[in-house]
Ligand binder design. Structure first.
Ligand SMILES: NC(=O)c1ccc[n+]([C@@H]2O[C@H](COP(=O)([O-])OP(=O)(O)OC[C@H]3O[C@@H](n4cnc5c(N)ncnc54)[C@H](O)[C@@H]3O)[C@@H](O)[C@H]2O)c1
Length: 327
């Protein structure tokens, strides 16, 4: 059994590669290094440098390495960029996936795991988001993830491939400092970046209908997320695993922006008060997963809390940024 992890040199992919190799799975990574770093990979994991959009390369890799399952993480992931460059996002995230699934079907590979996102839901007005909550993405990035899910399930049915789509909620933290997220696109690194610049953290809107007026999100430690991939791979490895599964990966617990900034202040020792700015268009007041299906179908539940996420992310920030701001 050999798993190909696309995007395996990225933030989440490297955690997945480590969790799977630690658990004894044979793993190979394909990454074009547009946003990834080879140094994140365990020494015994081979890296093929190239694009998941390159059908000929995929065929060669599948044949040469006798790949039996694919974990597809390679994608563009910035919401704002997807609004500015929708055709690029559709080409890379959806077109690339179609190329990959064609190669998977042709190679006779029967297991496929897809990185989806809570962005498929848009802004539903519910307390807990279940997998049955209607999907209505509000930006091209979310649209490419929802279209990707449709494509994965349709190709699975047509070609007898067992599939799992994991809808990640807000990912944070690091299993080790060298694996940390080096981008400044999510709230935890964004607050670190502000503090490092000697600026106050920003809160976009404190007049939402929530307990403290700030937006509520479901944060998931990347090490827990990696273990969810392992559980999904094990399900796909099982002889009787067939069909498709689409499942939320979150903790089922909401944390407000203000609460998160308080924890960041305690851990960094920089407790300066946040400044409140205008709401950002498109921000949902609340987005919290129901984690029930993941527990039932994968036997997986998140174990790590927000404090552990922030502590580990801060160690990674210090390693990569050394007290300097990102730019
Ligand atoms: N980080 C989050 O909070 C989050 C939340 C929900 C979903 N996701 C999804 O998880 C996946 C991984 O995200 P991440 O945060 O690790 O991002 P990342 O940018 O750190 O990792 C993506 C990796 O894919 C590689 N890559 C991109 N396009 C490629 C291509 N065409 N061929 C080969 N490699 C390519 C990049 O070099 C990078 O190593 C993405 O699909 C993303 O949409 C992330």
């Amino acid at each position: 059994m050999t798993w190909l992890i696309t995007g395996g040199a990225g933030y989440i992919g490297a955690h997945v590669a480590r969790a799977m190799t630690d658990a004894g799975e044979r793993v190979l990574v394909l990454d074009d290094l547009s946003a990834g770093f080879p140094a994140r990979l365990p020494a015994d994991v081979p890296l093929v440098e190239g694009s998941a959009l390159d059908g000929d390369l995929l065929k060669r890799v599948f044949a040469e390495h006798a790949v039996t399952g694919v974990v597809h993480l390679a994608a563009r992931k910035q919401v704002g960029e997807s609004v500015a460059q929708p055709t690029r996002y559709y080409r890379e995230n959806v077109g690339g996936l179609a190329t990959l699934l064609e190669a998977v079907a042709e190679a006779g590979i029967k297991r496929f795991l897809f990185s989806s996102s809570a962005a498929v839901y848009g802004n539903p007005d519910v307390d807990l988001i279940t997998e049955d909550t209607p999907c209505a993405p509000v930006n091209p990035y979310g649209e490419t993830k929802l279209t990707g899910e449709w494509l994965v399930r349709a190709a699975g049915r047509a070609h007898g491939i067992s599939t799992v789509c994991l809808r990640y909620f807000n990912v944070a933290g690091a299993a080790a400092p060298e694996l940390a997220d080096t981008g400044v696109f999510n709230i935890v690194p964004m607050v670190f970046d502000r503090l490092t610049r000697d600026e106050a953290p920003r809160i976009f809107g404190d007049d939402y209908p929530t307990s403290d007026g700030t937006c509520i999100r479901d944060y998931i430690h990347v090490a827990d997320l990696a273990e969810a991939h392992l559980a999904a791979a094990r399900r796909l490895n099982a002889e009787d695993a067939s069909g498709d599964l689409t499942v939320n990966i979150g903790r089922g617990e909401g944390v407000s922006v203000r609460e998160l900034i308080t924890v960041i202040g305690e851990i960094t020792g920089d407790r300066r008060p946040a400044v409140v700015e205008a709401r950002r268009p498109g921000d949902a007041p609340r987005a919290v997963a129901s984690a029930a299906l993941a527990a039932e179908a994968l036997g997986w539940t998140a174990r790590r809390g927000v404090r552990e996420m922030v502590e580990s992310a801060w160690q990674g920030w210090l390693l990569h940024h050394g007290g300097r701001s990102s730019g």
